[in-house]
Design a protein around this ligand. Sequence first.
Ligand code: URA
Length: 484
Amino acid sequence: MTQVTAHATNFAGWRSAARSLLHRGVAPHAVEWIDAEDAGLFAQAQRGAAEPAEAAHAGASARVPRHVLDLLRSAARFRAPDRWSLLYRVLWRWCAGEREVMSEADIDGERLYRMARAVRIDTHKMHAFLRFRERPPTVGAPRFVSWFEPRHDILDEIAAHFARRMGGATFLIATPEGSMLWDGERLHEGPPAQRIEEIEDAGEGLWLAYYRSIFNPARLNTAAMEQHMPARYWKLMPEARLIPQLVSDAARGARITAQAQAVGAREGARIAIAAERAQPERALPSDLDACRRCPLWRQATQAVPGCGPRDARIMVVGEQPGDLEDLAGRPFVGPAGALLDRALRRADVARDALYLTNAVKHFKHEPRGKRRLHKTPAQQEMAACRPWLEQELAQRKPEVVIALGATALKSLLHASTVDLTGMLNQPVHVDGRWLIASYHPAYALRVPSPALQEQAFEAIVRSFTLAQSLLARPSPADLAHEAA
Ligand code: URA
């Protein structure tokens, strides 16, 4: 059997060679494909090709639908010594009417899809992990340079992608197999390059500081991180050198939490003593973020302070930040906040006229799989946090305070038990201001029957209308003043 030699370096080259072979009816097993850089050699080989070994397809046209062509084009980027022969076999079989070649159940089809998938992943990783560094300005040299080591032949596509995004900013992407230069107008192919050494980049310090600040140790999952950002890319990304330290700091934090939990879980001897007295005598830190008066800071992302105008006349006190509040650093931004917003709209009260805060400023939770489940704060934690609430009350001087739920009510009344249902929407005078007990929005979301949910919601709405009407009356402080 006569062998035919064909050459290809890229999809376009393969396509034109394949078209000619197909037209002459050369069967796949009769073709030896060679990866060739030399276009001259390629042309010569094409001219000098021997007669076809088979002529079954002679004169056949290589018209193939777009989806087949796209798949072939994609798989052609996969670096494998036999890629051109596989592609030609698939093409040959397709043109012979074997439609099953495009199925993943077919041996050639399966390989083709697998190659295209690997190329897609490689492309995605290069888009995500390629980092440009800005060079000191030099006439004629690109402004940004980047080094990457793709697994497959995707450089031209990646360079075109960045050229569309970077406009007039010139760049060079270098890889061990070739390089691409964007001069602001056109892309130019270049030779393989040596690894570009570290370049001082003013923006890089900023990027590293930002990366460090968004790294959330409470959310760290190293297995997932390595799956999305495999370690082989780390050497190509400046921020990756921060990762080992950030991971070990996070692990240290987790160990401290685990120890604290283990010690806390021990059955100690019980001593009857008021919660306030059991607190170590520590001054209130100047900054809520620095508060270590109870262990909750260890598992929270941050302390969540209250927010609202300085002169708010109504203060709303919840229990503690939830999962989303812990991440955002603001109270009532999650589902409970959404219900609160609905109640405020019904009561015709503007949220931004209120001061919103919580009895406890750190998120108390326990991990459950990937979720962090809310845990009710203990008496001691409420007592440890109370000075912050008292400071807010002293600074804001609200005329009406609405306690959402039992924790807030206990904290505001300095009580270890309260009768929330008995006090519901019955304003009382406490420390010179009105206090209204209401349901917590999470209760209105959680209570099992829709009728009870509606009732709880209406009670919350009522608390706000009541608060509005109390503002129109003389405050308890004014009444006391008049009586004196
Ligand atoms: N629940 C609260 O008590 N406070 C918040 O800030 C959010 C949910």
